[in-house]
Design a protein around this ligand. Structure first.
Ligand code: HGY
Ligand code: MN
Ligand code: MN
Length: 415
């Protein structure tokens, strides 16, 4: 029922809105992201969707249903990328939603529920340090501290939102009440190796692991690298390296049959960052993810106590500030059953699996039941230019999305 060629052409076209020297990069709040959104608005309108933007910068395409008093069925994802990211993470979910709207029109199918296709604002960690900006606002969890978070130029998230045409002063109006979403269903690449290894076309997500991002600042003493004797140094980067290696070891030790635990330091800035100067300051972001909220609660604090003896002689000051925290989020068992049934009816093999990646559904779950459909990606890789999904996978996932929404429309509107 879907037009896979049209969908594939749209994926290819959206990927052209990238930094040509650093594919594929379309960071939120940048002119490239804005240009991509102008194109996206046109695609939404071509699919018969009425387009609007809420106070948090979410781009919303809406299709009315026969029963306007019903809460909407919502699908979508994000079109912002990480630096040097891929062409499918998030992008597939938004464009598949637009393809669903086209298919409904072309087959003259009316839904009882309104349908919304949403491109959420800044799902990836923004330069202000905050991720899931738009969906967090919909859950009423984009607070004043987050809105005042600065990027490296000093611009705050609120100023960034104003710059892209959102209205931070009306952020509260973006909040959606609990039970105001009939169902949220997102199509996404798995971003891991499991479906490919098992040669399965469809993954049905059971839960999204929780995550914590902590900004860590380490203050030592800058100095001349040639004249400062080793015992007199207070080298911030040596301390940072102990923390990075310690996080790796601690997560490796904790990860296992009982819990899923991963920890990463993917962002680290050194000052003065000169070959002949002792690093006086390091800013880094420690990220830990787990299906255990108690591991999330204690990981950074446990890490500091484990490395304390090795850090002590370095005479540095370490401070930590929590940037974001999301708890483990369960997908709706009803939506899981619908996706299972639809995939089986369409002849696609499935498996249930957790999502190690975070998604906007974590926040949209505050407004209604959520479900996620995964499709395999090449070598399980994502957040890198090698990220890739086959046309067959894109087609299968979008078919399952379309028919799952049709089934939900029927079952949820029955009294
Ligand atoms: O970081 C994540 O898990 C998601 O890809 N933004
Ligand atoms: Mn991502
Ligand atoms: Mn994503």
């Amino acid at each position: 029922m879907i037009n896979a060629d049209r969908l594939w052409r749209n994926i290819e076209t959206l990927s052209t809105f990238t930094d040509p020297a650093n594919p594929w990069t379309r960071r939120a709040f940048t002119p490239l992201h804005q240009q991509g959104r102008r194109w996206l608005e046109e695609q939404m309108e071509l699919a018969g969707l009425v387009v609007s933007m809420d106070g948090a910068g979410n781009l919303i395409g809406r299709r009315n249903g026969r029963k306007p008093n019903l809460h909407p069925l919502v699908t979508g994802s994000h079109t912002d990328t990480v630096n040097a990211g891929g062409r499918f993470d998030g992008i597939l979910g938004v464009l598949a939603g637009i393809e669903v709207a086209h298919s409904l029109n072309e087959h003259e199918l009316e839904l009882d529920h309104p349908l919304e296709v949403i491109d959420f604002m800044s799902e990836e960690p923004s330069d202000y340090g905050i991720s899931c900006v738009g969906s967090r606002a919909m859950a009423g969890k984009l607070d004043a501290v987050m809105l005042s978070s600065p990027d490296h130029t000093g611009e705050t998230l609120a100023q960034g939102l104003s710059r892209i045409g959102a209205q931070p002063s009306t952020i509260a109006s973006a909040k959606r009440a609990n039970k105001s979403t009939a169902a949220y269903l997102e199509l996404h690449i798995e971003q891991g190796p499991v479906l490919e290894q098992k040669d399965l076309p469809i993954g049905v997500v059971t839960h999204i692991v929780g995550g914590r991002r902590i900004a860590v600042t380490i203050l030592g003493t800058a100095g001349h690298s040639g004249t400062t004797p080793m015992p007199l140094r207070s080298d911030a980067l040596v301390a940072a390296s102990l923390l990075v290696a310690g996080a790796y070891r601690q997560a490796t030790r904790l990860n296992g049959s009982e819990h899923y635990v991963v920890a990463t330091v993917g962002r680290l800035l050194v000052e003065p960052n000169m070959a002949n100067a002792i690093p006086g300051k390091v800013d880094l972001v420690l990220e830990v993810r787990s299906d255990s909220n108690s591991v999330l609660d204690s990981f950074p604090e446990d890490l500091l106590s484990v490395i304390a003896a090795d850090i002590e002689p370095l005479d540095v000051q370490i401070s930590m500030k929590e940037l974001t925290r999301s708890d483990v989020t369960n997908c709706s068992s009803e939506l899981i059953q619908v996706i299972d049934a639809v995939a089986s009816e369409l002849g696609y093999g499935t498996m249930h699996l957790p999502s190690g990646a975070g998604h906007d559904g974590v926040y949209i779950s505050q407004t209604g039941p959520i479900g996620m459909i995964f499709v395999p990606c090449l070598n399980g890789r994502s957040h890198c230019p090698e990220e890739w999904a086959a046309l067959e996978a894109v087609q299968a996932g979008t078919q399952v999305l379309l028919h799952s929404l049709l089934k939900l429309d029927r079952t949820l509107s029955q009294p």
